[in-house]
Design a protein around this ligand. Structure first.
Ligand SMILES: C[S@@+](CC[C@H](N)C(=O)[O-])C[C@H]1O[C@@H](n2cnc3c(N)ncnc32)[C@H](O)[C@@H]1O
Length: 298
């Protein structure tokens, strides 16, 4: 795993204040990544052995197993890995979900997440998954691609871009990240402002390929149903669609008296933090405590 640019965990203070991990507790980190938050949480609960980790990226899991040999790890998407955890879920006192891709995934050129590098059009968080972004774009119709761009990235030029993507694909010119950048710029022109014209297209395709929104909805529903009373869930999101999903789910469960929201307004990073770590600029933290559960902690 390339560590060229070190992954700095975001909003550490805010996560700890909301999750309140204590010595002796068991904590589940559902997004191990480079293990930044994982290590900090292990310190708070004073023991790696009570840390459980999930990630769908096999390389993250391999690295984490070496770094935290006493902890337990599950490889897979949340939907799968939570099932694999089975009875262990009832021991969990706190859960952290730090959404999206990690900086290692973005900086590893051959993963195809970034339009900064020319690489195969891949974008799989889980490299054992068969379908890549290239496969997905060759399978979807023009209308479906436009809907993905609009739904997952609010791309208002979605139809123009989708048409250009399909044209590129018909000419067998849709195999690499730079091919996708070309398809976008042919549709909407080159960069004018600060943001690269392909930013939203890359985001939308990544979200669709990795089923990020469905995964988040399923995982939160499962956790609220299976965690014991008093357990906490903290989620860090990085774009408005993700935050809206978390906000609405937490609000609905709060109304149903299944959870209590620990903060009604999302907590954002301080200026100091995002000046040091630009990734924190769009980060939002929300947390809940489970109040209605089938089981109380023994
Ligand atoms: C933002 S990074 C986490 C970084 C980590 N908190 C740290 O401090 O190093 C998100 C990680 O979650 C994983 N991930 C995202 N969605 C997932 C899902 N639905 N199931 C399993 N893992 C997922 C990604 O593979 C990535 O490694």
């Amino acid at each position: 795993m390339s560590e060229a640019k070190k992954h700095i965990p975001v909003m550490v203070e805010e996560v700890l204040q909301t999750l309140q991990p204590r010595p002796g507790q068991t904590i589940l980190d559902m997004t191990v990544g480079a293990g930044g938050h994982f290590g900090l949480l292990a310190d708070e609960i004073k023991g790696q052995a009570n840390m459980v980790g999930i990630d769908r990226d096999p390389m993250c899991i391999e690295a984490a197993k070496k770094k935290f040999p006493e902890s337990r790890f599950f490889h897979g998407s949340w939907t799968q890995a939570l099932m694999d955890m089975d009875g262990l879920i009832k021991n969990i006192d706190g859960v952290l979900i730090d959404c999206g891709v990690s900086s290692m995934q973005l900086d590893q050129a051959d993963r195809g997440f970034s339009f900064r590098f020319d690489a195969p059009l891949d974008m799989r968080m889980d490299t054992t998954q068969t379908q890549t972004a290239r496969d997905l774009l060759h399978e979807l119709t023009e209308e479906e691609i436009a809907n993905v761009l609009y739904e997952y990235a609010d791309e208002y030029r979605s139809r123009r871009i989708a048409k250009s993507i399909v044209n590129a694909s018909k000419q067998n010119k849709l195999n690499t990240t730079f091919d996708l950048v070309d398809a976008v710029t042919q549709a909407v022109g080159k960069r004018r402002g600060k943001t690269h014209p392909a930013t939203k297209t890359f985001q939308a395709i990544r979200i669709k390929l990795n089923q990020e929104i469905q995964e988040l909805e399923n995982a939160l529903a499962y956790l609220v149903k299976h965690l014991h009373k008093g357990a906490r869930i903290v989620v860090i999101t990085f774009h408005s669609l993700e935050d809206r999903v978390v906000k609405n789910i937490f609000r609905d469960y709060d109304r149903q008296k299944k959870v209590i929201r620990l903060n009604k307004k999302a907590i954002q990073a301080t200026r100091d933090e995002y000046l040091q770590n630009p990734r924190a600029r769009s980060a939002k933290v929300r947390g809940v405590e489970v109040i209605d559960a089938k089981m109380d902690k023994k």
